[in-house]
Design a protein around this ligand. Structure first.
Ligand code: DMJ
Length: 462
C-alpha cells in the first residue's frame, strides 16, 4: 500500500513536468518547422521569384508550361496562414495579385491545376478573406470548364486556358474526379452550381463503369468510356478519386458520393488489402476478377490512411501505419515504391512527398497515441537531415544513397511542411471539426450550412 501511494505521489509530481516538457518541445519543433518552410520560401524568393518552382542547388527556377502560373506562392499560401507568417503572406499576396493571370495561350493539366491552384486560391480566400482570391479561382474555373464537354461527360486531361480547346482523351480516374472538392467549393462560394454539376457527372460516369470488384481501372477513354487498362490499385492515377468521394460527402453532404465511397472502400478491403503475417499492405489487382497482379505499395498510397481514419476504421489504419513507418525507416526516407513481398525497392526516389506524414498525423489525431507523435517527429527530422541543403530543401534521387535531386515541388510548401507543423502547432490552428483538407492539404470550410457538424465523418477516438 505504501509503495502504491508513493507511486501515485510520484506521478503527481512528475506529470506536470512531462506536460511542461512536451509543451516546450512542441513550441521548439513548431519554430523549427516554420524555419524550414521559410528557408524553402527564401530559396523561391531568391532564385525563382515569379516562376513556378525553384531548383535550390543550381540556384535556378523552372515553369511547368510556357509561362508561369505562380505554382509555389499559390500552393504555399494556406500554410503561411496556418503558420501565421505575416511577412511571407504579404509577399505572396502582392506577387499573386500583381502577376497571376490565367489568360494564357497554353494547354494545362486540368486536375493538377485544380488541386494546387484552384484549391490554393479557394482556401486562401477562406483563410485570408480577400475576395480577389475567389475572383481568380472563378476565372480559372471558367477557363477549365470546357474539359467536361465530351461525349461521355468524362473530362479530357488538357485545356487551353485562353481558347478553351481541349485535348488528350485518354485519362485516369484521378484526373476525372480529384477536383470535385474544388469545383464544389467554387459552386458553393459563387452560388453557381455548374462547376459541381459538370464535375460530378464525370465522376458518376466513370464510377458507373467500375469493375465487378466495385473498383476502377487505370486508364479510360473519355469519348467511348472504355477501359484501356483494368489494373486497379489505390496509387497515383486512381488515389484521390476515392479520397474525394469520402471528403466530398463530408463537405457537401451528397449521399451519392457516400454510396460510391462505401462501394470503393469495401472493394479495397476485399480485393486489394493484403493482410500478411509480415505486415498489412494494399496491393494491385484486376478490377474485374479481383486477382492480385502486383505486391507494390508506395509513397502516394499512404493517403489511404486519412480515408480510413475519417471512415472510423482505426484498426486498419493503425496496421497500415506500422507498414508505412517500416517503409519510411528502411533507409531513413521512404522510397517512392516498394515490393512488399520481399521489401525490394521498385522506385528509389523521395520526392519530398507528404502522404506518409499526412497518414501519421491523421492516425495520431484519431488515437491520441504518443507513438504516432514520435513517428511524426522522426519524419520531420529525416527531412531536415537528408533533404536540407545550404539554401533550401530538395528532393532525393535515391533513398539508398541519399543522392540529392535539385528540385522542389510546390507541395513541399502546401502539404509536407503543413502536416509537419500540425504535429506541433497550438490546437487552435487547425481542427477536423472546422476543415476538410483537399488532396493538396488546403483547408476548406463549410460556410453555407449552419448545421454542419464538422469535418469528421466518423473519426473515432478510443
Ligand atoms: C500532391 O500534388 C497531392 O497530394 C496529390 O494528391 C498527389 N501528389 C502530390 C503529393 O505527393
Amino acid at each position: 500500500m505504501k509503495k502504491y501511494i508513493l507511486f501515485i505521489v510520484s506521478l503527481l509530481v512528475i506529470s506536470p513536468n512531462i506536460q511542461a516538457a512536451s509543451k516546450s518541445e512542441k513550441k521548439e519543433y513548431a519554430e523549427r518547422v516554420k524555419n524550414a518552410f521559410v528557408k524553402g520560401w527564401n530559396a523561391y524568393k531568391n532564385y525563382a521569384w515569379r516562376m513556378d518552382a525553384v531548383n535550390p542547388i543550381s540556384q535556378k527556377s523552372h515553369n511547368w508550361y510556357e509561362e508561369s502560373l505562380l505554382m509555389t506562392p499559390v500552393d504555399a499560401f494556406s500554410t503561411m496562414c496556418l503558420m501565421g507568417l505575416e511577412k511571407e503572406k504579404k509577399e505572396a499576396k502582392e506577387l499573386i495579385f500583381s502577376k497571376l493571370d490565367f489568360d494564357k495561350d497554353m494547354y494545362i493539366q486540368q486536375f493538377e491545376i485544380a488541386i494546387r491552384l484552384m484549391g490554393g486560391l479557394l482556401s486562401a480566400y477562406q483563410l485570408d478573406g480577400d475576395s480577389r482570391f475567389l475572383q481568380l479561382a472563378q476565372d480559372l474555373g471558367n477557363r477549365m470548364l470546357p474539359v467536361f464537354e465530351t461525349p461521355t461527360g468524362i473530362p479530357y486531361r488538357l485545356v487551353n486556358l485562353r481558347t478553351g480547346d481541349i485535348k488528350s482523351n485518354i485519362t485516369n480516374p484521378c484526373e476525372v474526379g480529384s477536383m470535385l472538392l474544388e469545383y464544389g467549393m467554387l459552386s458553393k462560394l459563387t452560388g453557381n452550381p455548374i462547376y459541381y454539376e459538370k464535375c460530378k457527372k464525370g465522376v458518376v460516369e466513370t464510377f458507373k463503369r467500375r469493375g465487378t470488384t466495385g473498383l476502377l481501372g487505370s486508364l479510360i477513354n473519355c469519348d467511348t468510356g472504355e477501359w484501356l487498362d483494368t489494373s486497379t490499385h489505390i496509387s497515383g492515377g486512381i488515389d484521390a478519386f476515392y479520397e474525394y468521394l469520402l471528403k466530398g460527402y463530408i463537405l457537401f453532404g451528397d449521399e451519392d458520393l457516400k454510396k460510391m465511397w462505401e462501394t470503393a472502400y469495401n472493394g479495397v478491403n476485399k480485393y486489394l488489402e493484403d493482410n500478411r503475417s509480415d505486415g498489412y499492405w494494399i496491393g494491385y489487382a484486376d478490377m474485374n476478377d479481383g486477382k492480385r497482379t502486383k505486391t507494390w505499395f508506395g509513397a502516394l498510397d499512404c493517403f489511404w490512411n486519412g480515408c480510413l481514419i475519417l471512415e472510423g476504421d482505426n484498426e486498419r489504419a493503425e496496421k497500415l501505419q506500422e507498414s508505412i513507418f517500416k517503409m519510411w525507416t528502411m533507409y531513413g526516407l521512404e522510397p517512392e515504391t516498394i515490393d512488399y513481398s520481399n521489401m525490394n525497392v521498385v522506385n528509389p526516389m523521395y520526392m519530398i512527398r507528404p502522404e506518409a506524414i499526412e497518414s501519421t498525423y491523421y492516425v495520431w489525431k484519431a488515437t491520441e497515441n504518443d507513438k504516432y507523435y514520435q513517428m511524426g517527429k522522426t519524419m520531420f527530422e529525416s527531412i531536415e537531415k537528408y533533404c536540407q541543403v545550404d539554401n533550401g530543401y530538395v528532393q532525393i534521387k535515391d533513398v539508398r544513397t541519399m543522392e540529392k535531386w535539385d528540385t522542389l515541388e510546390s507541395f513541399f510548401f502546401a502539404e509536407t511542411m503543413k502536416y509537419c507543423y500540425l504535429f506541433f502547432a497550438p490546437d487552435k490552428v487547425f481542427s477536423f471539426d472546422k476543415y476538410v483538407l483537399n488532396t493538396e492539404a488546403h483547408p476548406f470550410k463549410n460556410v453555407w450550412d449552419k448545421n454542419w457538424k464538422g469535418g469528421r465523418y466518423k473519426m473515432t477516438r478510443p
